[in-house]
Design a protein around this ligand. Structure first.
Ligand code: FES
Length: 377
């Protein structure tokens, strides 16, 4: 901190009417204002949350905070409307030989409740950002908390510069989410959707330095569960399953053997069997999958088309069908290559009663295409 002598901060002609100028003395941000009676200096950080008043609006002898519009008297620093809890520090100013000098020691707060305003601190900035998110703030308000070279990053995207980042944040809808800061030393803000809206939440990680936000990193939260629909696979989904082998997207199936060991296998012979079941032919009736599901019927399946990013997770209960009409129907539904491996029909017809089908037919610019969540009730 300075020893109390006057500190030269700039040329007098750099301080214009209605255009406050920010200077820094020993790390303290100070706003310089020109009024009809000369130059005035105030602490530049709003005592309400965090914003620089030199980013605000000057009218007559009043400055208004850009964030929540607290107003202060420029000549005294007095807080005028109760939004800000305390006054700004007012510094003595003199102009000599065309230079502006500010005196740090002996600075005053005017009016009542004249506590020394808080230095800009990282927690206050994080709180200010939370407030902006909750209010769906415009780009202009975001500019007040961003560093000139602020950056924004999101999966597959990057922006540089205060204006670009402020525009992005100003255009992003955030006010519909419930925001909180995580209880950890860094600055991670999480916005969660209110119940049953089907919205997706997001998290923002802030890098803060010298009282401003340097970088905002955004990631989307996992999709909330979609509303359940009855277990009825539509024709498009059934066709996707029936063509999985021909389309080179064989379905992965998992099951657990009698010893409790999990197994995964690719099953090109899986077919839809009605609108709520799958069927397949297992070449061995006594080992492998057929033996496993006799002790544990629970199975899970995964379909993925990497080209369109269509993805479906399915689960249900499997059993071996022993009646001849079902065995014949399943066998006849198998691809020729599968039947040719078992001319004598020595294998087992396996039926999977689906309990859950979740997924989407692809990923488009706005997210999952035709998402479904089918649940057997
Ligand atoms: S009014 Fe200035 S930060 Fe809220």
């Amino acid at each position: 901190m300075n020893d109390g002598s006057w500190v030269k901060v700039c040329r007098a002609d750099e301080v214009e009417f209605d255009e406050p100028k920010q200077v820094t003395i020993d790390g303290v941000a100070i706003g310089l204002y020109r009024l009809q009676d000369g130059c005035h200096a105030l602490g530049d950080v709003c005592t309400h949350a965090f914003a620089h008043l030199t980013d605000g609006f000057v009218e007559d002898d009043i400055v208004e905070c850009p964030l929540h519009h607290a107003r202060y008297e420029i000549r005294t620093g007095k807080s005028l409307d109760g939004i800000a809890p305390s006054d700004l520090t007012s510094y003595a100013v003199k102009v000599k030989d065309g230079d502006v000098y500010v005196q740090m020691i002996g600075a005053t707060n005017s009016g009542e409740g004249g506590d020394t305003p808080a230095e800009p601190d990282d927690d206050a900035i994080a709180s200010a950002v939370l407030d902006l998110l909750q209010r769906d703030a415009e780009a202009d308000e975001w500019r007040a908390v961003l560093a000139p070279h602020a950056e924004f990053e999101v999966l597959n995207g990057h922006l540089s510069g205060c204006d670009a980042v402020a525009s992005r944040l100003g255009d992003t809808r955030t006010g519909h989410l419930a925001w909180k800061r995580l209880d950890r030393p860094d600055f991670v803000l999480v916005g969660e959707p209110h119940t049953a809206t089907g919205d997706r939440g997001m998290a923002l990680m802030l890098a803060i330095e010298n009282g401003l936000v340097l970088r905002v990193s955004q990631q989307n939260l996992a999709m909330p569960p979609r509303p359940a629909m009855p277990m009825v696979m539509d024709a498009a989904l059934r066709e996707r399953i029936d063509n999985s082998l021909a389309a080179k997207h064989p379905i992965a199936l998992s099951y657990v053997d009698p010893e409790g060991r999990p197994h995964l296998s690719l099953r090109g012979s899986l077919r839809s069997f009605g609108d709520d079941r799958l069927a397949m032919w297992a070449r061995s009736a006594d080992t492998g999958l057929a033996a496993a599901i006799r002790s544990n019927p629970q199975v899970a399946l995964l379909y993925r088309d990497e080209d369109t990013r269509a993805t479906y997770q399915l689960s249900g209960r499997a059993h071996v069908a022993d009646d001849e009409p079902t065995r014949r129907a399943v066998y006849d539904a198998m691809p020729k290559v599968e039947r040719d491996h078992d001319f004598a029909m020595l294998g087992a017809a396996i039926i999977i009663e689906l309990d859950l089908v979740e997924g989407w037919a692809g990923i488009g610019p706005t997210g999952p295409i035709d998402p479904v969540r089918l649940v057997r009730t």
